[in-house]
Design a protein around this ligand. Structure first.
Ligand SMILES: NC(=O)c1ccc[n+]([C@@H]2O[C@H](COP(=O)([O-])OP(=O)(O)OC[C@H]3O[C@@H](n4cnc5c(N)ncnc54)[C@H](O)[C@@H]3O)[C@@H](O)[C@H]2O)c1
Length: 384
């Protein structure tokens, strides 16, 4: 089976690597030949490293590279059975590219998009055969992240979704099925990890180092929210926050913060620019966390309750099953535990109490408890 990969940036390169590793013939194309050349060099270097480490043999390395063809024109996609698009995140450009693709590929070719924030329905709508369009959302870096979200649009044919799931299995990833709603599962459910942390900081309840300490040391998360935002980059993270909020018809739970917007405007993106929430200059004073357990537990419980609330709401609106949502958050963003599993362990009634306390204090819709949690607490139910 031949797979076309459109766009040879960070995502396209990773997708080409895993598909070729899974024995697919891969054709990769980029509008920018320099980017394509760079992708070729990157792939060679990555595979060489894997073979030097003994993860693959020299023969396998040669075979994998031999299965990737770097196309000079998009028309080389003619006999692909599936094309995965990973170009710039711009609806008009993606729609135009999908229209071009339809003129090239056969009528049974599946057209998949790796979009993080656009609706699959809106991309499919540009096509003559919208039923062949599906979202296959990989995570960065593709070879390392086990999760893939599969997103059928309202137009997508059932067998197209099945084939997408099959492909994901073949490339040895865990596929979760999700609805075509903003942020899908991961980028929706994760919002409070950033948003509530920033809110706590903005109110002066704790500083960024203390919040990061609470979430890593007491919460068991790999990176604290501010370290993580700086790692992702506020250019990406702020844009996602704003996009999820606007696409949710300005839902208050997702409202972005001014502190992050100002960092974004100042191009203080984080590690890559030397400054974000933290200052990465060598001579910058190092921030020390106030390691107060009571304060730390307050921060951890508050952010965790907000995350659980979001996960529960995603179950309520059937964005994914409880199992898939837990899988998505543990495999897509490395959470130490599935949020709904965590909710069961804390006790649903206790989680509801924490959220209600916040609501009673602030009287903001941001802190409204999910009807599902309230219902479950009333009936003594658990997720598992
Ligand atoms: N980077 C991430 O963390 C991440 C994670 C999941 C999904 N995504 C999504 O994957 C897609 C690609 O992201 P990326 O980070 O790899 O971007 P990137 O900027 O690294 O690469 C995009 C590539 O697409 C090429 N391109 C642009 N327009 C094109 C066109 N019309 N035809 C062919 N090639 C074109 C560019 O030259 C560039 O090489 C986006 O939709 C993004 O939202 C990104």
């Amino acid at each position: 089976m031949k797979i076309g990969v459109l766009g040879s940036g960070a995502m396209g390169t990773g997708i080409a690597q895993i598909a070729a590793t899974a024995a697919y013939e891969v054709i990769i194309f980029d509008a920018n030949q320099t980017a394509l050349e760079k992708a070729k060099q990157n792939l060679q270097a990555i595979l060489l490293k894997l073979s030097e480490k003994g993860k693959i043999s020299a023969e396998e390395m040669a075979n994998i590279l031999g299965r990737i063809y770097f196309a000079k024109q998009i028309s080389d996609f003619t006999d692909c059975e599936m094309v995965i698009e990973a170009i710039i995140e711009d609806l008009a450009i993606k729609q135009a590219v999908f229209q071009d693709l339809e003129k090239i590929v056969g009528k049974n070719c599946i057209l998949a998009t790796n979009t993080s924030s656009l609706s699959i329905a809106s991309i499919a709508a540009a096509c003559q055969h919208a039923e062949r369009v599906v979202g296959i959302h990989f995570f960065n870096p593709v070879p390392l992240m086990e999760l893939v979200e599969i997103i059928p649009a309202v137009q997508t044919a059932e067998n197209v979704t099945e084939k997408a799931l099959h492909f994901v299995q073949k490339v040895k990833k865990k596929g979760v099925l999700t609805k075509d709603t903003p942020g899908f599962i991961v980028n929706r459910v994760a919002r409070p990890y950033y948003g509530e942390a920033i809110r706590i900081m903005e109110e002066g309840i704790a500083d960024i180092a203390t919040i990061d300490w609470a979430m890593t040391t007491l919460g068991g998360f790999r990176m604290g929210p501010f370290t993580l935002i700086d790692f992702i980059g506020s250019d990406v993270n702020y844009r996602v926050s704003e996009s999820v909020w606007t696409q949710f018809f300005y839902e208050p739970r997702f409202k972005p913060s001014f502190s992050q917007k100002r960092l974004f405007e100042a191009s203080y993106f984080g590690r890559k620019t030397g400054r974000g929430f933290y200052n990465y200059a060598e001579d910058a004073p190092k921030l020390a966390a106030t390691q107060d357990e009571d304060l730390g537990n307050y921060i951890k419980n508050r952010i965790l309750a907000m995350l659980i609330n979001e996960a529960a709401d995603a179950v309520l609106f059937q964005i994914g099953t409880a199992q898939d949502i837990d899988l998505a958050m543990t495999k897509g963003v490395n959470y130490p535990k599935g949020l709904l599993q965590w909710a069961d362990e804390i006790g649903i009634a206790k989680v509801v109490e924490t959220i209600d306390e916040l609501y009673n204090e602030y009287r903001e819709d941001r802190y409204r408890c999910s009807a599902l949690l309230r219902r479950m607490a009333k009936n003594g139910k658990t997720f598992y």
